[in-house]
Design a binder for this molecule. Structure first.
Ligand code: SF4
Length: 359
């Protein structure tokens, strides 16, 4: 459990706009352009200590260090799996003068397993957008205790800064704790900085949502700088209402139509994610009905064998069952991939480390 006294309350660097930072740096005795130097060092070069910004005077570095913390969160826990996957548990302090709750989230850094010469060097970073999640999928530890609060843009951005401190990044998935489309202004603001100042291209960033059709239709018109993944999990309306409770009342067809609209507006294909739960949504009938729904659509299905969580009554299908599901989809004419999970020895299921610590 995080000690609240350990949480810092000063406004952190990543919460400043450039204009605000310039004004503050001048107040602290620096010149306006020093703000750009600081921002560039942190976001472009991954420098996390003012002491290492040697182009600034020692006086200014000391004043910045005393007044503007570079990072806001406390790292409460860290697990490192045998495959190099690192999961950080971060606690951000309350906002609004302390009336808000602290926000405890996970960020996961997954280095490439078998880098080849053609591979870009770097890891995939999975970031969170909310502390807890109001969608309450019954197979997900993140949804167990509901929503504490949305993250601010700087709190999402800090996950990238901390992730890069663990090693270079080559792509990012916004698939951690929370539903990004319920906090989209903050997500978009953070991803704009990741794109513009940290150099991660829009094809290297994927945002994963449960697929609120209205929000998807609106966002598609804003020329978003990310790829879209929609967590579908089943072709059947009734079962989807059970697996994704916040979407009860929205049909699978409405979601697929929003995905089609996204493709038409942005020119980028949608990936449909399918968490494969043993004995729940992995039958031959599920494959047939899913293939029927997707036939003729430009999209990919990403089958994700379920990552078991100790407190939840779901299990992962056998490898043979996962492969059979994928093969049947492919034979039915649907492009299908399998994403095997990483870091199984490191509390890998989404929200597992957080729920253990909140307990
Ligand atoms: S699976 Fe995603 S949307 Fe569902 S409760 Fe977990 S974090 Fe929320």
């Amino acid at each position: 459990m995080t000690d609240p006294a350990a949480l810092r309350s000063a406004r952190p660097l990543l919460a400043y706009s450039l204009a605000d930072l310039e004004a503050r740096v001048v107040e602290l005795g620096g010149r306006a352009f020093h703000a750009r130097v600081v921002r560039k060092a942190v976001l472009e070069q991954g420098v996390l200590e003012y002491a290492d910004m040697t182009s600034l005077s020692a006086d200014l570095r000391a004043r910045l260090d005393a007044e503007i913390p570079i990072l806001a969160a406390v790292e409460s826990a860290r697990t490192v799996a045998n495959d190099g996957t690192t999961k950080l548990l971060l606690s951000f302090p309350p906002r609004e003068g302390g009336r808000d709750k602290p926000a405890t989230i996970e960020v996961v850094h997954m280095p490439s397993l078998k880098p080849t010469e053609e591979d870009e060097v770097g890891a995939t970073l999975c970031v969170s957008t909310q502390a807890g999640c109001p969608v309450a999928c019954p197979f997900c530890a993140s949804g167990l205790a509901g929503l504490d609060r949305n993250l601010d843009a700087h709190e999402i951005l800090e996950q990238y800064v901390r992730g890069r401190a663990l090693g270079p990044l080559k792509r990012s998935v916004v698939m951690g704790i929370g539903e990004p489309f319920l906090n989209l202004p903050a997500v978009t603001a953070a991803l704009d900085v990741v794109h513009d100042e940290m150099g991660l291209g829009s094809r290297k960033i994927t945002v994963s949502t449960v697929g609120f059709p209205d929000r998807l239709h609106r966002a598609a018109r804003d020329n978003p700088r990310y790829q879209l993944a929609i967590s579908l999990h089943t072709p059947d309306d009734e079962q989807r209402a059970e697996l994704v409770p916040a979407m009860a009342g929205t049909t699978v067809d409405e979601i697929l139509e929003a995905g089609d609209d996204w493709f038409q507006q942005t020119g980028r294909e949608v990936t449909y994610e399918y968490a494969l739960l043993g004995g729940v949504n992995d039958s031959v009938g599920h494959v047939q009905r899913l293939a029927e729904k997707l036939r003729g659509r430009r999209c990919t299905v990403n089958v994700i064998p379920y990552n078991p969580s100790e407190s939840l009554p779901f299990h992962r299908p056998s490898s043979a069952a996962v492969e059979a599901f994928q093969t049947r989809l492919q034979e039915a004419g649907v492009v299908a991939t399998v994403r095997w999970s990483r870091g199984l020895d490191g509390a890998a299921a989404c929200g597992q480390l957080r729920s253990r610590n909140l307990d």
